[in-house]
Design a protein around this ligand. Structure first.
Ligand code: ADP
Ligand code: ZN
Ligand code: ZN
Length: 738
C-alpha cells in the first residue's frame, strides 16, 4: 500500500503530495488524515507529514519510493472532511496545502492528560476515629493530620494532603496498602468557566424574534440547507435567536459552532451560553493554556460537546455531525486571517457548511458589503430584526463640522457643542465615553479649512505620509511631495491629525480638573492589567469619562452612559484601504450604540472635518441601506470587492534591492500572464502599507478582476512563475480580497 503525503515544510516549490510506502505493520493505522514521519530530501532527514490519500498502486517506480517511518504519536490526526476543506482553501486562498492543513487543525499536538487524585477513608467512621486517637497518642502527627482531615471533610485532594497537610507520598502509599484510605484518580477536563453552575431558562421570544427562528427552524425540519443573514442592531436580541436555533440543532442530534470575535469573548458573553447549555459547550480562545485547548478540542472530537464557542479558529472544530455555524458580528475584521492561507471566516464557514450539509447564520448590526450583497442576490436569506428589547430609546445625534470650529478660533479637540454636553453630564453625574479612532492617525494629510484629504489621483485612496516628507499611494506606488497649502482651497492649515489618546487625556484634565478620567488604549491596558478590570472600574461608576480607541466601542453596556463623543469620526476614511468607508460607518454606528443603553435618553456628538461624507452622514442617520447603495456604487466603479475580486501578491525580503529587483521582474511576468486587459488589471508593484516591519521589506502587486474563477485558476501558474524568477530570500504570498 502507498500513501500520498504532504510534508510539513512551508516552501512553495515542494507544495505537492509525495508517495511513500506503508510498511505492513502500519497498514491498519494509516488512512487519509494520519500524521506520520517520513524521510525527506537528499539527506533523508525525518520530518512530519500528513497522509492525504491511500492507494494500492504507485505512479512512480518502486525503487524510488521510501517507507513511512512511523505514525506520529504526538500529533492529532485531521478528519477526512477537513482535508477536503483544506484542499479547497489552498485553491481559494492561494496557500500551500501544508499551510491549509495546519490551519484546519487548530490543535496540532497532543497534550498529556491531567489527572486529579482524591483520598477518602476506606474504613468505618469509628475505626477512623480510633486510628486518629491512636496516632495522636503515638505522636504520629502526619497520620493524625490526615485522619483528622478525613474525619472533618470526608474526602480530600491528594495535592491538598501533600502540600497543605504535609503528609509524604510514602505515608499515603503505606496507608493505602494498609487499607486505611482509598485513592481514586480521574482525568480532569481542563478548561475555563467550570465554576458556572447556575442555569438560565430561555426567555419568551418576542414576535420579531419568533418569526425569524420559526422560519429558520422550518428549513431545518424540512431538510432545506440554507444560509442566513440576521441584520439587527446590537441589543436587538440576535444572540437569543442564535441560542434558540442552536438548542433546536443539538436536540436533533447535530452540533453547532458559534463564532464570536476574540475581543467580545468576554466572561459575560461566554457565561451566557454556559448558563443555557451547560457542559455541552466547549470553549476556545487565545487565553487558554495548551492543555486547556487540547482538552476542549478533544471534547468536541469525542462528541462530548455539541457546541464550540470561539474566535476564527473555532471554525475548524472537529465535529462529526455539524449542523450549524453561527458567525456573530460577521463584519468584524478579526475574522480575516492575515497569514497564509489568508481566509475570511465567512467564506470558509459557507464552504464547510455546504460540504457537511450544515447551515450558516451570519449576524450583524452593520453587515459587511460582502454579506449584504449576497443577501440582495438571494444567496443568503435576509432577516431584519427591528427595535430593541427593553425600553431603551435611540440617542439623539449631533454632527459637528470641525472646520466651523476652526473659524470660531477653537483649535482644541473638543467642539463647543461637545464641551457643553460634557459639562452637563459631569454636573448630572452621568457617564461619558469619548472615542478616538486611531486608524490612519497622523499618517494622512488633510486640510482643516475645507476638510479635503490628499488622495491618490489614480486610486482614490488616501496617500500615506512618510518620514521623509513624501506622500505615497500604497496601491499603485504613485508618490508626490507633501503639499504646504491645500490643493483644493489654498489654505495653509494643512497637516496631520496628531492627537493620541494620551494628549487628549491631558487636555481633558486641564479643562475639567474635577473629572475622573479613565484612559483605555493598548498601552494603558498593557500597563494596568486587563481590559476587563478597566471596564469594571467604569461600570462601578468610579470614573466619569472613559476615553479610548476602538476597543471601547465593542458591545459593552453601561446604563449610566448618556453621552458618547466621537472625536474624529472620519479618521478611518483616510486610511489607505478601500474598506475605510465601511469601517467608518461601522465604528460610528457602534459607538453611537453605546449611548443610552439604560432608560435615560442618550446623545451622540460626532465631530468631523468631512460632514458631507456619505459614510458619516448615513451612519449619523442610521441609514444602512443608503450607505450600502453609495458604497457599492464606489466598489463597482473601482472594481473593488465584492464587486470584483482582488488578488494581492505580497513579496517580502530582508534585502531592499533584492526585493525591488524581484518585484519588477515578477510584475512583468504577472502582466504577461494577465494580458487580457478586459478581464484583468495589474497594479503595482508598490511598497506595502507597512513597508518595513522588523527589518523585512514588503512590496505588493495587485490584480483586480471581475472574473474570480479565472483569477483563482491562475494560482498554480503564478506559483510556478514565482519559483522561476525567485531569488534567494524573497518570500511570495498570495491573498485574495484582503
Ligand atoms: P444582540 O445579540 O442582538 O446584541 P441579545 O440577544 O444579547 O442581543 O439581547 C440583548 C438583551 O436583551 C440581553 O440582555 C437579552 O437577555 C435580552 N433579551 C433578548 N431577547 C429577549 C426576550 N425575548 N425576552 C427577554 N429578554 C430578551
Ligand atoms: Zn483645503
Ligand atoms: Zn494610487
Amino acid at each position: 500500500m502507498y500513501a500520498d503525503i504532504i510534508v510539513d515544510l512551508s516552501v512553495k516549490s515542494i507544495d505537492r503530495p509525495y508517495t511513500y510506502r506503508i510498511p505492513e505493520d502500519l497498514e491498519s493505522r494509516v488512512t487519509a488524515g494520519t500524521p506520520v514521519t517520513v524521510p525527506f530530501g537528499k539527506g533523508g532527514r525525518v520530518i512530519k507529514g500528513f497522509v492525504i490519500g491511500v492507494h494500492d498502486k504507485a505512479s512512480i517506480s518502486d525503487d524510488r519510493i521510501k517507507d513511512i517511518v512511523q505514525v506520529c504519536a504526538k500529533s492529532n490526526e485531521i478528519e477526512e472532511k477537513m482535508l477536503m476543506l483544506a484542499a479547497w482553501m489552498k485553491e481559494q486562498f492561494g496557500s500551500t496545502m501544508n499551510e491549509a492543513i495546519k490551519c484546519c487543525l487548530p490543535v496540532k499536538d497532543k497534550v498529556e492528560n491531567k489527572s486529579v487524585s482524591t483520598i477518602s477513608s476506606a474504613v468505618s467512621k469509628e475505626e477512623l476515629q480510633k486510628a486518629f486517637e491512636e496516632a495522636v497518642a503515638k505522636k504520629r502527627t502526619a497520620r493524625a493530620r490526615l485522619y483528622e482531615a478525613l474525619i472533618g471533610k470526608g474526602e480530600i485532594g491528594r495535592t491538598y494532603a501533600l502540600k497543605e497537610l504535609k503528609v509524604t507520598a510514602a505515608i499515603l502509599r503505606d496507608e493505602e496498602e494498609k487499607g486505611m484510605i482509598r485513592v481514586t484518580t480521574v482525568d480532569e477536563i481542563r478548561g475555563p468557566y467550570k465554576d458556572i453552575t447556575e442555569r438560565d431558562l430561555p426567555p419568551q421570544l418576542t414576535p420579531g424574534q419568533k418569526e425569524i427562528t420559526e422560519s429558520i427552524k422550518r428549513d431545518l425540519y424540512e431538510g432545506i440547507r440554507s444560509d442566513y443573514l440576521i441584520f439587527g442592531e446590537t441589543g436587538s436580541g440576535k444572540t437569543e435567536i442564535y441560542m434558540d436555533i442552536i438548542s433546536e440543532c443539538i436536540a436533533s442530534g447535530k452540533q453547532a459552532i458559534m463564532l464570536i470575535p476574540e475581543i467580545s469573548l468576554t466572561y459575560q458573553t461566554v457565561s451566557r451560553f454556559i448558563r443555557r447549555f451547560g457542559a455541552r459547550v466547549s470553549i476556545m480562545n487565545s487565553r487558554l493554556s495548551q492543555g486547556e485547548r487540547f482538552d476542549q478540542y478533544m471534547r468536541a472530537k469525542n462528541g462530548e460537546a455539541d457546541i464550540m464557542i470561539g474566535p476564527r479558529s473555532a471554525l475548524f472544530a472537529p465535529f462529526e455531525r455539524l449542523g450549524l455555524i453561527v458567525i456573530d458580528e460577521e463584519h468584524e475584521n478579526s475574522y480575516r486571517s492575515e497569514s497564509s492561507p489568508a481566509y475570511h471566516a465567512r467564506e470558509v464557514a459557507l464552504k464547510r457548511a455546504s460540504i457537511e450539509g450544515a447551515s450558516v447564520i451570519l449576524g450583524s448590526a452593520t453587515p459587511s458589503l460582502e454579506s449584504y450583497s449576497m443577501a440582495k442576490a438571494g444567496r443568503l436569506k435576509l432577516f431584519k430584526l427591528v427595535g430593541r428589547t427593553g425600553n431603551a430609546v435611540h440617542p439623539d445625534v449631533c454632527l459637528v463640522d470641525m472646520r466651523e470650529e476652526l473659524k470660531k478660533k477653537n483649535r482644541t479637540m473638543f467642539s463647543y457643542a461637545l464641551r457643553e454636553q460634557i459639562e452637563d453630564r459631569l454636573a448630572r453625574k452621568e457617564q461619558i465615553m469619548l472615542f478616538l479612532n486611531r486608524r490612519g492617525y497622523s499618517t494622512s494629510v488633510s486640510c482643516r479649512e475645507c476638510g479635503s484629504v490628499i488622495k491618490c489621483p489614480h486610486c482614490d485612496v488616501t496617500m500615506t505620509l512618510h518620514r521623509d516628507g513624501r506622500m505615497i499611494c500604497h496601491y499603485c506606488g504613485y508618490s508626490t511631495a507633501r503639499p504646504t497649502v491645500c490643493p483644493t482651497c489654498g489654505s495653509r492649515y494643512i497637516g496631520t491629525f496628531g492627537a493620541g489618546t494620551q494628549r487628549i487625556e491631558e487636555e481633558l484634565a486641564k479643562v475639567w480638573p474635577q473629572a475622573r478620567i479613565l484612559r483605555m488604549d493598548s498601552d494603558s491596558v498593557r500597563r494596568k492589567g486587563s481590559m476587563d478590570e478597566c471596564l469594571k472600574t467604569f461600570e462601578r461608576g468610579e470614573a466619569d469619562i472613559l476615553l479610548g480607541t476602538q476597543m471601547i466601542v465593542k458591545g459593552h453596556d453601561f446604563p449610566n452612559v448618556t453621552l458618547v463623543g466621537i472625536l474624529l469620526a472620519d479618521l478611518s476614511l483616510y486610511s489607505p484601504d478601500f474598506r475605510s468607508g465601511e469601517r467608518t460607518f461601522e465604528l460610528i454606528a457602534q459607538a453611537s450604540g453605546r449611548a443610552g443603553r439604560g432608560t435615560k435618553k442618550g446623545m451622540v456628538v460626532i465631530q468631523t472635518y468631512d460632514p458631507d461624507n456619505y459614510a458619516v452622514i448615513s451612519a449619523a442617520k442610521r441609514d444602512y441601506e443608503g450607505f450600502f447603495e453609495e458604497e457599492m456604487a464606489y466598489r463597482i466603479a473601482m472594481g473593488y470587492p465584492p464587486a470584483g475580486i482582488m488578488l494581492a501578491i505580497n513579496m517580502s525580503s530582508e534585502t531592499e534591492d533584492v526585493l525591488e529587483g524581484f518585484a519588477g521582474r515578477f510584475a512583468k511576468e504577472v502582466e504577461m500572464l494577465f494580458d487580457d486587459v478586459t478581464r484583468f488589471k495589474v497594479i503595482g508593484p508598490a511598497k506595502a502599507p507597512l513597508y518595513k516591519i522588523k527589518d523585512v521589506y514588503h512590496m505588493v502587486i495587485y490584480v483586480k478582476s471581475c472574473d474570480g474563477k479565472g483569477l483563482r485558476a491562475m494560482g498554480d501558474v503564478l506559483r510556478q512563475k514565482a519559483v522561476a524568477c525567485s531569488c534567494e530570500g524573497v518570500k511570495v504570498e498570495y491573498c485574495f480580497n484582503n
